[in-house]
Design a protein around this ligand. Structure first.
Ligand code: BDR
Ligand code: CA
Length: 314
């Protein structure tokens, strides 16, 4: 996984760390919701609470490829984890840069390629594919949280992860298409679907013991409070659900381009829904473009239940 932990990245990490069907190989960290050093501390803390100090964690890019970082502390709190007191850890990160850790893990996996799950701006992944394209042999699929076929959240048209580093997303989508790596986009069209109620969060938190269930419950409760709502999305954790249980989403292969220039639309993922007889990999003018499996529908209850069961330990 590549994360910017982040309240909902923490929810995603708990699921990936605890679900028995997954073999979490490494977690790399990037600036996004908060700065990269804090993201790394948060990630180490979450994995420690989940009893997964065995998973290597490395810090990566502090800023997007082109622009200044725009963090989202107004959504995720000053420490990126809701300022709930869970962000401390005694564990140090791997000495390698995130891109080097990714390269090493992927080159080790060419006989049994792994799924890459970025739930953050894709700066690290773009740097990886540009610097070590041979590492792509170790990737079977990229399932990323980001983008939107309909509307955005950072702006009216752009989703936060893509908005934060549009160039990186464009590089990853185009490189993956060129290298033949299938990509699933778990974007805003499905992101808000799987949700957990305040009561369910309270039951998780009541498990106590400073364990994963308590953390999960407190994170959801924080989101309910922040948005004044009776339920909160599991957010990035849905992208991990899509790896565990791909039948819970309906995807359609569609051409996706990233807007890099628009005055009001920079960072928009332009998903082309038009149906014509030409090949999807080329636009009507013959220019090549990336085709992505775009998630347009989700079985929200199924994913919420999967997350609740796993982080609740049942
Ligand atoms: C995405 O941006 C961040 O706020 C969340 O962690 C998620 O990855 C949603 O747009
Ligand atoms: Ca995230």
């Amino acid at each position: 996984m590549d994360v910017d932990t982040g309240v909902d990245d923490a929810c995603a990490l708990l699921l990936a760390a605890l679900h028995p069907a997954l073999d979490l190989r490494a977690v790399t960290c990037v600036g996004g919701n908060t700065d990269a050093a804090q993201v790394t501390r948060n990630t180490l803390a979450v994995l420690q609470i989940a009893g997964r100090d065995d998973v290597p964690v490395a810090m990566g890019a502090e800023r997007p490829l082109l622009e200044e970082p725009v963090h989202a502390r107004h959504v995720h709190g000053e420490d990126g984890m809701g300022d709930l007191g869970w962000a401390a850890t005694d564990r140090a990160p791997d000495r390698r840069h995130a891109v080097e850790l990714l390269r090493d893990v992927l080159l080790d996996s060419t006989d049994d390629p792994v799924t890459l799950v970025p739930t953050a701006p894709m700066t690290n992944i773009a740097l990886l594919l540009r610097t070590y394209p041979e590492a792509a042999q170790g990737i079977s699929r990229i399932v990323f949280m980001g983008g939107a076929a309909r509307h955005g959240n950072a702006t009216a048209s752009a989703e936060f992860n893509v908005f934060h580093d549009p160039e990186a997303t464009a590089i990853v989508l185009d490189a993956a298409a060129g290298l033949g790596i299938p990509v699933t986009m778990y974007g805003l069209d499905v992101f808000y679907g799987p949700a957990v109620t305040r009561e369910q969060a309270a039951s998780l938190a009541a498990v106590g013991g400073h364990g994963p269930a308590q953390l999960a419950g407190e994170l959801v409760a924080f989101q309910c409070d922040r948005f004044g709502s009776d339920s909160a999305t599991i957010g990035d954790a849905g992208a991990v659900c899509a790896v565990i249980d791909p039948d819970g989403i309906r995807t359609t292969p569609l051409p996706v381009r990233v807007e890099l220039a628009g005055r009001w639309s920079r960072g928009q993922t332009i998903v082309d829904p038009r149906d014509w007889s030409g090949d999807l990999d080329h636009d009507p003018h013959g220019r090549s473009r990336a085709v992505v499996d775009v998630a347009l529908e989700v079985d929200a209850q199924r994913y919420a239940d999967l997350w609740l069961r796993t982080v609740g330990g049942s």
